[in-house]
Design a protein around this ligand. Structure first.
Ligand SMILES: Nc1nc2c(ncn2[C@@H]2O[C@H](COP(=O)(O)OP(=O)(O)O)[C@@H](OP(=O)(O)OP(=O)(O)O)[C@H]2O)c(=O)[nH]1
Length: 271
């Protein structure tokens, strides 16, 4: 490496994650540059001193932060694009999360009469995000794969953090219902908390609702009546109301289902 290893910056301005990687431009060892990664933006931004293998100093931390600050101002993070994770790391972590979730949900089944393996749900949620929502932020995809592990299995938040880092932990925490509450309290909490969720959590919640609603449309859970189905669609519409403006294609699919199965708004009293 042309520079001494610099310490990894854990978080940048505004508490947002930031990391940088010293590098030598291909074919131009005399003019090394430094890449700054801020939420998927990855460009050589500072010319370093001439390369002197193993001894160069590179730019200091304050230079990098200043530069990153400017970049954050230019392009606010939408949570939809690559988060700055290198793609080989991202791919490895996505596969690891799929493997982790499939082990954790191994004995669980969905509520449909077919008893579909539960793992199909988190995988489908991640698929909705990548293919319909065009989301490529690995933190969002990994959180989607793991979103029910703490709520429905013996997984702990500490375990999520240890395996996938603090950002994934934080999103999974936002997506986990408090099992100490009654069912009605949990349902009400989802409506109340939705507008205050992070952008990453909102994306996963939208995809989660879309998959659950598609599932109910495909096959009514065991012991569910048509009335319960309508109640679930009405409740989901209320949750999604607090998530609006997050991802247009996913919201459009949800709206089509609400139009088909929800009680018309005028007819809903006392809600
Ligand atoms: N549609 C559907 N849902 C199933 C199935 N199997 C399990 N579920 C889960 O059951 C919940 C919906 O059932 P409810 O009776 O309303 O909720 P409850 O299990 O929490 O009491 C959903 O979670 P939730 O936490 O209430 O909602 P959400 O936050 O996951 O949307 C969903 O993830 C299935 O085959 N179809």
């Amino acid at each position: 490496a042309p520079y001494k290893a610099l310490p990894k910056l854990e978080s940048g301005p505004k508490g947002l994650p930031l990391m940088y990687v010293p590098m030598v431009r291909k074919g131009k060892p005399e003019a090394p540059a430094v890449e700054v990664h801020v939420h998927g933006k990855c460009e050589p931004v500072i010319q370093g001193p001439p390369a002197e293998p193993g001894v160069g100093t590179g730019p200091d931390r304050s230079q990098l932060l200043k530069c990153a600050e400017a970049r954050l101002g230019e392009a606010p993070d939408t949570g939809d694009s690559d988060s700055g994770m290198h793609s080989p790391d991202a791919i490895m972590n996505i596969v690891k999360a799929t493997d982790f979730a499939s082990h954790k949900h191994h004995f669980q089944r969905r509520k449909d009469p077919e008893g579909t393996p539960y793992i199909e749900h988190p995988v489908a949620v991640a698929h909705i995000l990548t293919h319909l929502g065009k989301v490529s932020n690995p933190v969002v995809i990994i959180s989607a794969l793991l979103h029910d592990t703490v709520e429905d299995t013996d997984t702990t938040f500490e375990e999520i953090e240890r395996e996938f880092g603090p950002r994934v932990r934080s999103v999974v925490e936002e997506l986990t219902d408090n099992k100490h509450m009654t069912r009605d309290e949990r349902k009400r909490c989802q409506i109340l908390h939705a507008p205050h969720s992070s952008h990453e959590a909102k994306l996963v919640k939208l995809a989660d609702k879309l998959h659950n609603l598609r599932d109910i449309e495909r096959s009514l859970p065991v012991n569910w009546t048509e009335e319960r189905k309508t109640q679930y669609f009405n409740w989901a519409r209320d949750v999604v109301q607090g998530l609006r403006g997050t991802n247009a294609p996913i919201e459009a699919e949800l709206d089509a289902l609400f139009a088909k199965y929800c009680t018309p708004r005028e007819g809903r009293e006392n809600e």
